[in-house]
Design a protein around this ligand. Structure first.
Ligand SMILES: [Zn+2]
Length: 289
């Protein structure tokens, strides 16, 4: 059986066709054009599937990775940072147009599934995968399967409260992890401290004054607390990081130590791993659904 996976991202929509042993037959990327709204996103997904299926050698499955989750209550998309799809019947609309069974899954769950099956956390039973990029999300994989939870929000790490009276989040709550650890949030904090607008890459590579130290120590503190919370509750065999922020190398030594410092245990050695599949993890995960 061939597999078609679609990853609906904030800036790009990626489609991939895999053969039965997960080798890539065809891969396509197009821009998301979020400003054109929900209908344009539906059209893009359909055109990608139509193009990919021409290369399929056998019957195929279709999986879609999307920001947010499908509400068990309404069947509509909830909790998405691609806000034009919130409240929309994505699954129903795609089913109508594609006339083919589809599976839709939260993008962080797809990321975690791909890394736990084919990537950096391949040999671990319980894996917590986090995406720290434009948005922040997480997913839990137990023995190769997504743990979704009673209401499909298991692993929604990005919106657990890091600071009780913290900054407002688009989700309607305050002090969410996403408001402190996402790429844009880290850059915004840098601008607050220095008055300068630098990219994350330039902040982490070229700065070494007291403001840079303050920025980094706040970042490490927030990273440490938010992942120590996960270890205290889930105690996973490995944590794998994805998204643009996961390219920051100090997260794998100083970041790891900041996490270990805060865990409620006399022994902590949870591996904190950089992803192996890069920004294609979501699309591989969509194929594996
Ligand atoms: Zn939030």
């Amino acid at each position: 059986m061939n597999k078609i996976g679609i990853d609906l991202g904030g800036t790009k929509i990626e489609g991939i066709l895999l053969d039965e042993t997960n080798n890539v037959i065809k891969k396509i990327r197009i821009p998301t054009q979020q400003e054109k709204g929900y209908d344009s996103i539906i059209k893009s997904i359909i055109s990608l599937v139509d193009e990919l299926k021409q290369f399929a050698k056998t019957d195929f499955t279709i999986g879609i990775s999307t920001p947010g989750a499908i509400s068990k209550k309404t069947g509509l998309i909830k909790n998405s940072n691609t806000q034009c799809i919130i409240g929309m019947p994505l699954q129903e609309d795609l089913l109508k147009c594609l006339k083919h069974e589809i599976k839709i899954e939260n993008d962080a769950n797809c990321f975690a599934l791909a890394e736990a099956t084919l990537g950096a956390a391949k040999n671990y039973d319980v894996v917590f995968g986090v995406i720290i990029g434009t948005g922040v999300g997480g997913g839990i994989i137990i023995n190769g399967k997504i743990h979704r939870g009673r209401t499909n929000i298991a692993g929604e790490w990005g919106h657990h409260a890091l600071k009780q009276n913290g900054n407002n989040c688009y989700c309607g709550k305050n002090g969410c992890v996403e408001i402190y650890l996402s790429g844009p949030a880290l850059e915004k904090r840098w601008t607050e401290l220095t008055g300068k607008a630098d990219s994350l890459e330039s902040i982490t590579n070229n700065q070494s004054d007291s403001k840079a130290n303050q920025w980094k120590s706040e970042f490490l503190e927030n990273f440490g607390v938010s992942l120590a919370n996960v270890i205290d509750i889930l105690d996973p065999d490995a944590i794998v990081l994805g998204g643009g922020v996961s390219n920051i190398s100090f997260l794998y030594n100083e970041g790891r130590d900041a996490v270990y410092d805060k865990v409620f245990s006399d022994l902590v050695d949870t591996p904190i791993l950089q992803n192996k599949l890069g920004d294609s993890a979501g699309v591989f995960g969509a194929c594996l659904l």
